[in-house]
Write a protein that binds this ligand. Structure first.
Ligand SMILES: Nc1ncnc2c1ncn2[C@@H]1O[C@H](COP(=O)(O)OP(=O)(O)OP(=O)(O)O)[C@@H](O)[C@H]1O
Length: 348
């Protein structure tokens, strides 16, 4: 299988400018992994090391059992069997769609090349578009051609560097879903770099969150969201509600009552209890253990975020409420919890 294995990769741009600091990442063959992290955390640097445009100071990169980079190995990009879908402006503007897709198919005879181009255009839903020029395509269609071009030479691995960032938000969701379906159909292993949490969670099989030059957590989107490794990861991948709590056995006692724990570090008693705002529900003021006053209501169409100053809590908390709301700023409400929480050490 076309597994990707990155082990102990170190890359610095000079003294005191270490960007990757012993980074480990494994992606199972055929999976789409998102590399997620704040701006400047080293996502592009990691992609460039994997692609071979940058030489790591230490560590190894292996794809499908082949060492591409290591202590005494540095294969040039063209020998790595890696396809790249860059951010934007990805297509050669003076070449037709078919010639763009055929670009990496050197060596194949003409008929085989033309067949492969047709096959790739069909795969991305653009059969019959071969004669068009890039400027005659929409932004989403251009990204699909870029994907077809990356996949044409049958790479072991496809790297996508923020491929949807140039698309307007209406188109982005649809193109994401198409790209994901095409990658699935091709069976290629893929790494998608993004700083967009929603994009990572909704598109990838696994998400690796980068922090301080390393992978802070690599897990399925569900696991990452429901069982984040620490409060920073929890807040980075979604809205979070933290309460102080005291654990005993499999639950924690908080101002919102006793909450079952899905995960807690061995031996930790007093810590931060993490909930997601959709686990909190508003009730009538007398119908829950905790009461509070509504201090803000933000309406998003599909739901609303209601900020509640809960009696006995220093910080207000956010409650995600579906449907039309009857609560108003200054109103009294009850807050009740469903589902499980995770317990974390209080950050130093
Ligand atoms: N060629 C370079 N020379 C010196 N420093 C660099 C170079 N390229 C990147 N850096 C620095 O390395 C760090 C990581 O950059 P990188 O582009 O990998 O981050 P990123 O996570 O992809 O960011 P973004 O999400 O903003 O694209 C940044 O602090 C950046 O300023």
């Amino acid at each position: 299988m076309n597994d990707l294995q990155v082990s102990g990769v170190v890359k610095s741009y000079g003294p005191g400018a270490t960007v990757l600091d012993g980074l480990d990442l494994t992606v199972q063959g055929g999976h789409l992994a998102a590399v997620l992290g704040p701006s400047g955390c080293g996502k592009t640097t990691l992609l460039r090391v994997i692609a071979g445009f940058l030489r790591a100071d230490a560590g190894t990169v292996t794809v499908a059992g082949r060492t591409l980079a290591g202590p005494s190995v540095h294969l040039p990009p063209e020998r790595r069997r890696i396809g790249i879908v860059p951010q934007e402006g990805a297509l050669f503007p003076h070449l037709s769609v078919a010639h763009n897709v055929a670009f990496g198919l050197t060596g194949a005879e003409r008929g085989a090349r033309a067949r492969r181009v047709d096959e790739m255009l069909d795969l991305v839903g653009l059969g019959g578009y071969g004669a068009r020029m890039p400027h005659e395509l929409s932004g989403g269609q251009q990204q699909r051609v870029a994907l077809a071009r990356a996949l044409a030479p049958e790479p072991h691995l496809v790297l996508l560097d923020e491929p949807f960032s140039a698309l307007d938000s209406g188109l982005r969701g649809a193109v994401r879903a198409e790209v994901r379906a095409v990658l699935r159909a091709s069976g290629a292993t893929a790494v998608l770099v993004t700083h967009d949490q929603q994009e990572a969670l909704s598109t990838a099989d696994v998400v690796a969150v980068l922090r301080d030059g390393r992978v802070a957590q690599c897990a399925t989107p569900e696991e990452l969201y429901q069982r984040p490794a620490d409060p920073w990861v929890a807040s980075f991948v979604g809205d979070a509600v933290f309460l102080t709590g005291t654990a005993d056995e499999n639950s924690a006692t908080t101002v919102l009552g006793r909450i079952p724990l899905a995960a807690s570090p061995e031996g930790l008693r007093d810590g931060l209890v993490l909930l997601r705002p959709e686990q909190l529900h508003l009730t009538g003021p007398d119908k829950a253990t905790a009461q509070g006053t509504v201090t803000d209501v933000r309406f998003f169409g599909h739901d609303s975020m209601v900020t509640v100053a809960v009696d006995g809590l220093d910080q207000p908390i956010d409650v995600r409420a579906p449907g039309p709301l009857t609560v108003r700023h200054g109103g009294r409400v009850g807050v009740r919890v469903t589902g499980e929480a995770t317990l974390h050490e209080v950050p130093a």
